[in-house]
Design a protein around this ligand. Structure first.
Ligand code: DGL
Length: 256
């Protein structure tokens, strides 16, 4: 059982930012990464569609004998995590959520912008998270409709990305933003571009926290592998093309 893979999925390349953290923390584990690039981006679909796609991905990966499932997508987590946990109460299912806590703790009474897909920001899960930190910081949700789609096409910098980020932050030009939460797993891949446009402010993402939580959940069930050799990563994509898998591998080895 311990040799079985940890399954990780996202709407596309984004979850690779989480996979990288998982692999950094638990390099001896085996992984299956599934990117649903054929249906990306999820953020502009209906809640019903994202739920159906997430359940389909999860059940396909469970069928591949995974020992745990990491929903490496904030959008899919907000819509489908509780549904899947109710349906599979004994299976370790770990989700990802915007890293508001470290951003709020980073500086007292600060202004924190949260970039995420429109679905993530509209869902109950985020509203509750925001409520729990509202008294400690000024939180500004920034819905980024098109960003995941751009990154999905491999565009992580240059004129198109920079002017879109400027457009997204224009309404808050008079705010003094102290930090930015990257509430979509695609965004860590544009950290450099974000810093170029927004200045050298701290950026927080949920990847590392998700990796630590996965380790904790596996350890609780005595499912950690503890091997000496490095594990395998099996990259799969609903696009079923070699170009897509090469893109996933490129993102996996991209410098942060
Ligand atoms: N990577 C995803 C997230 O964390 C979804 C992006 C998308 O497909 O819209 O929200």
């Amino acid at each position: 059982m311990k040799d079985k893979p940890i399954a990780v999925f996202d709407s596309g390349v984004g979850g690779i930012s989480v996979l990288r953290e998982l692999y950094a923390l638990m390099p001896d584990e085996n992984y299956i990464y599934f990117g649903d690039s054929l249906n990306a981006p999820y953020g502009s679909k209906s809640v019903k569609e994202v739920l159906a796609l997430s359940v389909k991905n999860a059940e396909m990966l469970m069928g591949m004998e995974a020992k745990a499932l990491v929903i490496a997508c904030n959008t899919a987590t907000s819509v489908a995590a509780s549904f899947l946990r109710e349906r599979y109460p004994d299976f370790p299912i770990i989700g990802v959520e915007p890293a508001l806590k470290p951003a709020v703790l980073f500086k007292e009474n600060s202004t924190v912008a949260v970039m995420a897909t429109p679905i993530t920001l509209k869902e109950e899960k985020f509203k509750k998270l925001m409520e729990s930190f509202n008294s400690q910081a000024k939180i500004i949700p920034v819905p980024c409709e098109k960003l995941a789609g751009m990154i999905e096409r491999g565009i992580i910098g240059g004129e198109e990305t920079e002017s879109y980020i400027k457009e997204l932050f224009y309404p808050y030009k008079d705010e003094k933003i102290d930090s930015v939460v990257l509430g979509c797993t695609h965004y860590p891949f544009i950290k450099k571009t974000l810093k170029k446009v927004l200045g050298d402010i701290p950026l927080f993402d949920g990847g590392e926290g998700t990796a630590r939580e996965t380790m904790r959940r596996l350890s609780e069930k005595d499912l950690l592998k503890h091997g000496k050799e490095k594990g395998n990563i099996n990259f799969l994509s609903s696009k079923e093309s070699i170009e897509e898998i090469l893109l996933y591998k490129k993102f996996f080895s991209q410098e942060a």
